[in-house]
Ligand binder design. Structure first.
Ligand SMILES: Cc1cc2nc3c(=O)[nH]c(=O)nc-3n(C[C@H](O)[C@H](O)[C@H](O)COP(=O)(O)OP(=O)(O)OC[C@H]3O[C@@H](n4cnc5c(N)ncnc54)[C@H](O)[C@@H]3O)c2cc1C
Length: 413
């Protein structure tokens, strides 16, 4: 890109990260296009995500009229967060609370809700799969699987944990890793009124973490609550991880009904409300099989600022510390600032993208490493009691120094 050129950003992926980048660029009058292989709104997968320390970046990225509607994207839009939001960790064999952390005014959104808000006013080109990247004298050309192409000054891969852009840049070193010894079930469940009301009334806090000494982690969260007064419309985000084979056989390759049947067997030595949650899983509940993925960032060749990564593409973080989206939003805000500096002539593209990536990679390495350690320790009771989650909660690393001696976690930034 030469000094006379105006930036044009090609965003790959229209998940929350891609859409937030688009909103931030639009707000600053910077030219962009955004592409996705499918319309994410058509995908059935939904789950909830805590927003702690990255919250201030939403104001920077979203236009005022959308920022003011953020409440609509929360798991319970009718509920207003208080100074006393708690992350509660309990022993789900005995019901004892192991630790509590306070996150004043922390909110929980769900993946589909935040994406629905973030895509408003953004024209995404759907059914447009990136299939190749070409570098030219003045910029970059994105090639799509349908044979079309587009030229820009910078391409940003916001294409998720299995990022195609990352793999193009790094080859096999860009492949996400998984934890072969553990299995994950991540589902969004709707119950009949009686059970839904009971579960809703017994979710322990803003985040309800349960750990069973035999190595089962089970997270219980609200996911959607379209009608505040009718619990039968609510859905609950239930995520479990456990040692492979704990259920007698791996869930991989089993039929859906067999997965449901095996999950129900876990209920027997769990305390309420988890016993009800598992015992009354609807027989037709879809139980997807997902690996727990991570990718530790390592520097890539950004071709003089022509190509970079953001969101899960730049650091796939295992979910136990609930940090992936907070880091993704931070990337989006920093990337938009970098492009703003280019557009206003405060920085050249090379320096702006190098500076952006240095921070993303350093932050990503720290967080992926810490989250990975928690993923490993959460299945071993004694090791878990010594883990960073127990010591510090889900704080951003920059906030750890602020965690006080009583274990109360202070939201950073
Ligand atoms: C169980 C669970 C709980 C979680 N809880 C939390 C939490 O509490 N707090 C938190 O901060 N984070 C949490 N996370 C992490 C969070 O969900 C992710 O960080 C976030 O959704 C990443 O969004 P993204 O836009 O970067 O990626 P994605 O949502 O994966 O979007 C990527 C998009 O790129 C598109 N794409 C892919 N390849 C191509 C291609 N070649 N061409 C065009 N488009 C392409 C895809 O179709 C997709 O729409 C959790 C994750 C899980 C699994």
């Amino acid at each position: 890109m030469d000094a006379s050129q105006k930036p044009h950003v090609i965003i790959i992926g229209s998940g929350a990260s891609g859409c937030l980048i688009a909103q931030g660029l639009k707000k600053r009058g910077i030219s962009f296009s955004i592409h996705d292989v499918v319309d994410p709104a058509k995908r059935p997968r939904n789950w909830s995500m805590s927003i702690y320390w990255a919250f201030p970046y939403f104001e920077k990225l979203l236009p005022k009229h959308l920022y003011e509607r953020l409440q609509e994207a929360l798991v319970r839009p009718h509920y207003h967060a208080t100074a006393n939001e708690k992350l509660v960790i309990s022993n789900i064999q005995t019901g004892d609370i192991v630790k509590e952390f306070t996150y004043p005014y922390a909110i929980r959104t769900n993946r589909m809700g935040i994406r629905k808000l973030a895509v408003e006013g953004i024209d995404v080109v759907y059914d447009h799969e990136l299939s190749g990247i070409e570098y030219t004298e003045t910029g970059v050309i994105a090639h799509f699987a349908d044979g079309t192409s587009e030229a820009g000054t910078t391409l940003v891969g916001a294409d998720g944990g299995g990022s195609f852009v990352r793999r193009q840049l790094l080859g096999p070193r860009g492949e996400a890793q998984s934890f072969p010894d553990y299995e994950m079930v991540n589902m969004n469940v709707r119950y009949p009124l009686e059970h839904a009301k009971y579960i809703a009334e017994h979710v322990a806090g803003y985040v309800d973490y349960g750990v069973h000494p035999k190595g089962v982690f089970m997270m219980l969260l609200y996911c959607t609550a379209p009608d505040a007064n009718d619990h039968s419309t609510w859905t609950f985000h239930i995520a479990l991880t456990f040692p492979r084979g704990l259920l007698g056989k791996s869930l991989e390759g089993l039929s859906n009904s067999e997965r449901v049947r095996l999950l129900k067997t876990l209920a027997d030595d769990m305390t309420e409300p988890r016993r009800t949650i598992l015992k009354h899983l609807p027989d037709d509940q879809v139980v997807p099989y997902d690996p727990i993925r991570y990718w530790v960032p390592t520097p890539w060749d950004n071709h003089d600022g022509r190509v970079t990564l953001a969101g899960d593409a730049s650091h796939a973080i295992s979910f136990h510390r609930g940090q992936g989206f907070n880091n993704a939003v931070t990337d989006c805000a920093h990337f938009v600032s970098a492009m703003e500096n280019v557009a206003t002539g405060k920085a050249n593209l090379v320096d702006a993208i190098n500076g952006y990536e240095k921070e993303v990679i350093e932050r990503g390495i720290r967080e992926v490493t810490l989250s990975k350690e928690l993923t490993l320790s959460i299945h071993e009771w004694n090791r878990f009691l010594e883990s960073p989650e127990i010591k510090y909660g889900g704080n951003d690393l920059r906030g750890l120094k602020q965690a006080n001696a009583t274990g109360e976690a202070i939201v950073s930034n």
